[in-house]
Design a protein around this ligand. Structure first.
Ligand code: MRU
Length: 353
């Protein structure tokens, strides 16, 4: 997580993808060893690995595993391509909202069509190299997001964040938390207030774990507490990550993000989104077109293994909400900061690439 720390979200070793099982954090640090693409599909859908960039990277390695499976079945190049197309479809369906997943799969698909002449063996080797590139580029982009965003964090800032947009959600360093890390790296004092983030507690389990791990001053609060703190003037700014940013800047992120943006506007504090370009989906004109994942009722009716609601109650459990661009002061990317984001500014950002 930090420069010297060995705790990685995932890594590849000897033909096996090791995924840190985030469902067990903060109590246990255990890696799942995946040798089949179907195991990767399950790790994503069951949220052993989560966070938009992290699931994109994981899916790319899932494709590398699928290629090895096809090799093991003595598939020729043609059979391997059909095998890979099926694997890609299964990975694509594992979670719908974060665009990084389809972004990574499309990049792998493009690599495959540009390298059709390779043997099956060469294809398998090449896919692994491409997955490793996606991984290392994400880490590099997060560091750039940090550099670009640090200027927005004043010294002695109290920063509120929601969910986990840190090292655990990415190839390392983090997006929203990367900005915090970079500001601290510049010598600023920053105190992070962490929303616990019901129902799956990514804030209390993961962000709190990351902050403690690096001695970053932090305070855990319940989701309901944020407004009380903001009203008292105890929060200077809010920074979150994103799962999909539509072409006009509307942003899907963990459920509970939108009310924070409304409160930030009401109380005149900045609301920032930090995300790589791989999270921006120019094909969608607005946030209305973003598919919001609905997850199982048990995530709400249980707290860990404990039932906390009557068995027969109806449950609605959307995993994300959409914050309109008008409530976002800036989107911080690896290519620069887009203030008051809109379609024209986001298109211009891509023109820089
Ligand atoms: O359901 P999750 O844990 O995958 O949701 C994660 C988030 O909402 C993050 O804020 C987002 O993916 C950005 S991660 C850099």
């Amino acid at each position: 997580m930090s420069e010297t720390d060995e705790l990685l979200t995932l890594y590849w070793k000897d033909g096996c993808l090791y995924i840190l099982d985030q469902r067990l954090l903060p109590h246990r640090v255990e890696y799942m060893a995946c040798t089949a693409c179907s195991e990767v599909v399950e790790a994503i859908s069951e949220m052993a690995v989560r966070g938009a960039p992290a699931i994109g990277i994981t899916a790319a390695f899932g494709m590398a595993l699928a290629a090895r499976e096809a090799l093991g079945k003595n598939n020729d190049q043609g059979q391997m391509h059909s095998y890979l197309a099926r694997a890609s479809k299964q990975l694509f369906q594992s979670r719908p909202t974060a665009v990084n997943l389809s972004w990574a799969l499309e990049r792998i698909d493009k690599w495959l069509s540009e390298n059709e002449g390779l043997t099956a063996q060469e294809t398998a080797e090449g896919l692994l190299v491409e997955a490793e590139k996606i991984f290392s580029e994400d880490l590099e982009n997060n560091r750039l997001i940090g550099v670009n965003g640090a200027a927005l964090i004043p010294d002695k800032a109290a920063v509120l964040t929601h969910c986990n947009a840190g090292a655990l959600a990415t190839g390392g360093y983090g997006t929203a938390l990367g900005v915090v890390r970079a500001a601290i790296g510049e010598g600023k004092e920053v105190h992070v207030f962490i929303d616990e983030t019901r129902p799956l507690l990514q804030g209390s389990r993961l962000t709190a774990f990351e902050m403690l791990h690096e001695n970053i001053p932090a305070t855990l609060i319940t989701d309901n507490c944020a407004g009380y703190l903001i009203k008292q003037g105890k929060i200077d700014l809010i920074i979150v990550g994103a799962d999909r940013i539509a072409g006009n800047g509307d942003t899907a992120n963990k459920i509970g993000t939108y009310p924070l943006a409304v409160m930030a506007a009401y109380h005149h504090i900045p609301f920032y989104v930090a995300a790589p370009l791989s999270t921006i989906d120019l094909s969608l004109p607005s946030g209305d077109e973003i598919v919001i994942e609905e997850r199982k009722p048990e995530e709400v009716t249980r707290f860990g293994n404990q039932d906390v609601a009557p068995e027969d109650i109806n449950v609605y459990n959307p995993a994300f909400d959409v914050t309109p661009a008008g409530l976002i002061n800036a989107i911080i990317t690896e290519k620069g900061v887009v203030y008051s984001p809109d379609q024209e500014k986001l298109y211009k950002l891509f023109a820089k690439v």
